[in-house]
Ligand binder design. Sequence first.
Ligand code: A2P
Length: 276
Amino acid sequence: MITNLQDTVTLHNGVKMPKFGLGVYKVEDGSEVINSIKYAVKAGYRAIDTAAFYKNEDGVGQAIKEIDIPREDLFITTKVWNDNQGYEETLAAFEKSLKKLNLDYVDLYLVHWPVKGKYKETWKALEKIYREGRAKAIGVCNFHIHHLEDLLEEAEICPMVNQVELHPYLSQVELRAYCASKDIKVEAWSPLGRGRLLDDSKLAELAKKHNKTVAQIILRWDLQSDIITIPKSTKEHRIIENATIYDFELTDADMQVIDSLNRNERTGADPDNFDF
Ligand code: A2P
């Protein structure tokens, strides 16, 4: 049942994660990120997705301090950046992130990219952090099936989440099926294709039919597809718009129309071929 934006999904370790949250990639540290989080929390969001790489963890921490929501009602995700991968390096990077966030635990700590030759050591550090209770859940980002298979050969703890680029032009059907078979929840970054999908004519037709915006159609498709989603916006009206998706339902036929839009088209790097 999809009822409101505080709905959660239960990860394989029992932790409940909101299915919907605010992404803060490319949101400036300081007032921009603080205000975005305040707008989001006011609109009912409880999950915030940041990363060391976004360079706004300080602002996220400041926002958490300034809003009047108990820590246990929030779900805070951050990620270890590529330069800091490796066992000791990751442990040190985690300390820095926690300090910037001004927290004593995060809800979810993620490996940001599958850095060749490093991600298994990085994962060992995440397992340690998880066992110490300083991350309530751990996972990866941008892992293809083969990266997950490779990781699982040695991992003691299976990732709880795989956060990947995912939107109607890159619907990741095979990866979603594989993750479902391992009880790894899939989370979409750039669910709106960084804004690129907003002009799609088929999505526009569905938007008209439901008297919604294209962004709302896409985000509702995520929810009905059991995909955790974290659209980014800094604008209050869009933060509210993106969350106003609990008052309508896409039919099976609508879902099929959206499913048929896949073009395997990325806006970001391919996890098999990135140079950062
Ligand atoms: P802005 O921050 O100016 O609102 P994604 O999450 O797929 O990466 O997309 C984020 C991009 O889409 C940002 O550029 C954001 O810009 C824009 N955006 C977010 N929500 C909406 C919306 N409801 N309508 C139009 N653009 C949006």
